[in-house]
Design a protein around this ligand. Sequence first.
Ligand code: PMP
Length: 455
Amino acid sequence: MAKDQQVMGSTTDELVELDKRHFIHPTSSPKAAAEEGPGIIFSEGNGIYVNNMEGEAYIDGMSMLWNVNVGHGQKELADAASEQMMKMAYSSAFKGFSNEPAIKLAEKLASMAPGDLNSVFFTSGGSESNDTAFKLSRFYWELKGQPNKKKIIGTKAGYHGVTQASQSATGIPATHTFAGSNIKGFFHATPHLTNCELGDTTDPDYEHSIRALIEQEGADTISAVVMEPVQGAGGVNMPPEGYIEAVRKLCDEFNILFIADEVICGFGRTGKMFGVENWNVIPDMMCMAKGITSGYSQLGGVMISDKIREYIIGYENVMSHGFTYSGHPTACAVALKNIEIIERENLVSHVKDMEDELRKGLAYLEEKHDTVRNCRTLGLLAAFELYNPDTGETFDSSLQAAASVVNACFDRKLILRNIGDYKVAIAPPFVITQEEIKKMINIIDESITAFENTL
Ligand code: PMP
């Protein structure tokens, strides 16, 4: 198709100019966006594929932002939204108002979530979910007569969003330098120090552990520990065996709430419905977004345990927390249909089956390329790293190794994401097949070779 083809009344070139002039892009270089414009304007999606304006198909190897889990172009989700919009697109859930999709979704989530996580507070996304969890954790301690328990401990390389609190909980330093997004009361421990969390104070890394932070700040000032079961945006970092369990125990020992940020892991990404189920751990709160609707509508939520609910429902005054879109009927109807598809199509066990194929593919790349190391896969959440084989260190950052490989993949019609200079993340839609994983691995193989040839 010609590049000047009319789409919604505008050519690609015209849209690029309008984008450059008017669209401030999220998590992007504003200068590059204003000067160069978008590298692609998406127009359609189908399964694991997304098309540009010219109709060229790309494999969406990241499910966009780790969220379009059931794949693009799912008509049933569009129908669910349309049906609900025609009935009643929106209604409030404040003070005595409710709606059927939100009630049914709340009940459905309670039946799916582990342990006694039986109630939900709805939000519009992941950052709002984490902010809500932090507030509810502080509210819980206030209601229990411990109003000083306010501090939140996150982990280095943990990602929790971009609102002031969720960005402060995020353990990626670059996010803190942006516009003073580092408010008081948030701390970051080194993740994955299992022995330290279990109480080994002789470990040389002990001072960086959650346990040391608790001892230093005082458990009576700490409200909650927040972490992703598998760190996503911070590099797809898998917890070692025993770590998540150790943190759960630690929180119990010091009377601190454990918040699991399941925004990426939730709804099947790791081959279990929820990430924490890989380690049989039950958090006190669980933050969700992304996969709850597979990105077809903006929805998030925080599941809370019966223990917390018991205190909250004793509160007579108005709880000063609620979003216009908390319990949005259309978003909830889409989530219900999305969960129905995940269950009906056995997508979580399909993810587990595809995990083997993806792991095999990455092992092949590691075997073939001296530059590839540290491949890891859980469900359809994976990453590999690029190293200079001559030095055994990561490449000089001027080489932008990971970005170069990701760009080479893009040239070959595969969308992946680089994390920093040397990590490449992979998280395709759950509907991917064995053949399509092979195709993806072949493209990555060629792209790594292309990068190696530039060295
Ligand atoms: N938590 C995690 C683990 C995430 O990956 C993200 C988004 N990438 C968020 C929270 C923030 O979600 P949102 O962008 O929907 O606010």
